[in-house]
Design a binder for this molecule. Structure first.
Ligand SMILES: Nc1ncnc2c1ncn2[C@@H]1O[C@H](COP(=O)(O)OP(=O)(O)OP(=O)(O)O)[C@@H](O)[C@H]1O
Length: 262
């Protein structure tokens, strides 16, 4: 795997226990447990409709689980007051699949928004922080004055990343960050995420279909199967006889991704 950092003994920053999610008669998760360790990059994979996005939204408190508990940074996410929820949100950064930027605002205004909402910093300082985050996300300085419609897909992702980093989060959530990028753009984005994760000590929770991302930057991989989650290293998943896990990691794309890494 990509990292040799000793993350195994670290306290979990996300702890999910006995998670059950039902929509009407459909059961998406059924007794799912998950620990995400501080400082790791966790890739989350699973077939279409297995509940990856729903899990992400439940951890973020956007959807309430049917049963079970979710602790985020030591706080049970159920029953938080609005103030506590807002404080917890400020410690997480989220990059949704399409960047989720406000189209009427410039990139800089988008990045400044969480700083305006969550801090009482002077506007000049907020503008300076936004400039730094835009640079950290690998965008040129003039990108700040542009509107999302003027940016390429890769630049929109970077702008979304700059906004996700605005408040110096402890955990970065990424929903299919390389979807829609060409292979070179995707590899550059992976390298950016890994570089930021290392320099900032971030924990990264990344939903992805991208086998290259999984093999190149993830410390462990969480696979959603049978309405539960199996977390393991790539090597351990490769030895797993579960039919979906076997097909996923041993299929042609899995082989190609591993080959590219070697
Ligand atoms: N708000 C909702 N109401 C009812 N059903 C929902 C809702 N949100 C998600 N679902 C259902 O839950 C299941 C899991 O959805 P989810 O979007 O988490 O899948 P996923 O694993 O992210 O899939 P994909 O890889 O295709 O994006 C799907 O069958 C979906 O239709």
């Amino acid at each position: 795997m990509a990292s040799t950092r000793p993350v195994a003994d670290a306290e979990p920053v996300i702890r999910v226990r006995g998670l059950v999610t039902r929509f009407g008669t459909q059961t998406v998760h059924d007794g799912l447990d998950l620990d995400v360790r501080a400082g790791e990059v966790l890739g989350v994979v699973g077939g279409s409709g297995t509940g990856k996005s729903v899990l992400l939204k439940e951890i973020l408190g956007l959807i309430r689980p049917t049963e079970g508990t979710i602790e985020l940074l030591g706080h049970d996410t159920d029953g938080l007051s609005q103030r506590e929820r807002t404080a917890l949100q400020a410690r997480t950064g989220v990059l949704f699949q399409n960047g989720a930027l406000f189209s009427s605002m410039t990139v800089a205004e988008n990045v400044m928004l969480p700083l305006k909402e969550h801090t009482a910093l002077h506007p000049d300082l907020i503008a300076e922080i936004a400039r730094v985050k835009i640079a950290m996300a690998g965008l040129p300085p003039d990108a700040g004055a542009k509107h999302p419609a003027q940016l390429s897909g890769g630049m929109i992702k970077r702008a979304g990343l700059a906004r996700a980093l605005a408040l110096d989060p402890a955990i970065l959530f990424l929903d299919e960050p390389t979807a829609g990028l060409d292979p070179i753009g995707a590899a550059a984005f992976d390298a950016l995420i890994r570089g930021l994760q290392r320099s900032l000590g971030l924990t990264v929770f990344m939903v992805t279909h991208d086998l290259d991302s999984l093999t190149s930057i993830c410390d462990r991989i969480a696979v959603l199967v049978d309405k539960k989650i199996k977390v393991a290293t790539l090597e351990e998943h490769l030895a797993d006889p579960h039919p979906w896990i076997h097909d996923y990691f041993h299929g042609p794309r899995g082989r190609a991704a591993r080959h590219a890494k070697d």
